[in-house]
Design a binder for this molecule. Structure first.
Ligand code: NAD
Length: 251
């Protein structure tokens, strides 16, 4: 059974790989044998070195994924480097916090562009290559705010709602090409994304009080879900949004 999770011979792109959940999922895929393309707008040489220490090649790409054409450029570079793309983890994402009445057009556009628009065009570019071999795994990183409205994060909630719907739309269209498209909805995880919440004693306590597991999630908590959805173990799983949240949504 363990071979179901083997990623030997597979090439994976992980966006937002320099830190947090992206770094954690990168190391999980490398441990399972994948070759890694690491895309980020900041340098990710450190994570590339960690991948190489695990015995796998790594290709770090510094690209601002909110720019037009960057999605296609990332996939083209991956194909130039490793010949193909088998796995795409659409993880790069940002959040902006402000009351809806004060929310700026820039904060709306920045979040929607990276979190939703780029997710679609990366999936499109990857699927064009995956279809040639009739095999591919696309994993979008959604959120609890794919289901809930959140507090002071209107563009983030809108973008993550879009990620969940896009996951289903693309899963329907590409299942017959051998490509699975699924999402992971992480709960409250201890990364840069949630630093402001963890530093606010009231919000931090309110959040912790609602998590049945009684703790913030760590990047390692996503590794099993990412490996499952990246591997043959999930070949008949299509359009699913897998919540990994210490029980928050069950509450
Ligand atoms: P993070 O802020 O630590 O990581 C985000 C990554 O995206 C970083 O590596 C960053 O450099 C990269 N990035 C940002 N803008 C970019 C751009 N323009 N081009 C390329 N890369 C860019 O946060 P994280 O928690 O690791 O977030 C990863 C994903 O998980 C995001 O999509 C986020 O919305 C989602 N998520 C996080 C949580 C949480 O609690 N931390 C919960 C649900 C969903």
């Amino acid at each position: 059974m363990i071979s179901l999770f083997d990623l030997g011979g597979k090439t994976a792109i992980v966006t937002g790989a320099s830190t947090g959940l992206g770094r954690g999922m990168t190391l999980a895929l490398a441990s399972a044998g994948a070759d890694l393309v690491l895309v980020d707008h900041v340098e990710c040489g450190g994570v590339a070195d960690e991948v190489r220490k695990l015995g796998r090649p790594a290709l770090p790409l510094t690209l601002d994924l909110s720019l037009d054409g960057s999605a296609a450029a990332a996939v083209e570079s991956a194909i130039r480097g490793f010949g193909k793309v088998d796995i795409l983890i659409n993880n790069a994402g940002i959040i902006r916090r402000a009351p809806a009445v004060d929310f700026s057009e820039k904060d709306w556009d920045d979040v929607m562009t990276l979190n939703a628009r780029t997710v679609f065009f990366l999936a499109q570019a990857a699927a064009r290559d995956m279809r040639k071999r009739r095999y591919g795994k696309i994993i979008n990183i959604a959120s609890l705010l794919s289901f809930q409205g959140g507090i002071l994060v209107p563009s983030y909630a809108a973008s993550k709602g879009a990620v969940a719907q896009l996951t289903k739309a693309l899963a329907n269209e590409w299942a017959s090409d051998g490509i699975t498209v699924n999402a992971i909805a992480p709960g409250y995880m201890a990364t840069n994304n949630t630093k402001a919440l963890r530093e606010d004693p009231l919000r931090s306590k309110a959040i912790l009080d609602r998590i049945p597991a009684g703790r913030w999630g760590q990047p390692e908590d996503l590794q099993g879900a990412a490996l499952f959805l990246a591997s043959a173990a999930s070949d008949y799983v299509n359009g699913h949004v897998l919540v990994v949240d210490g029980g928050w949504m069950a509450r």
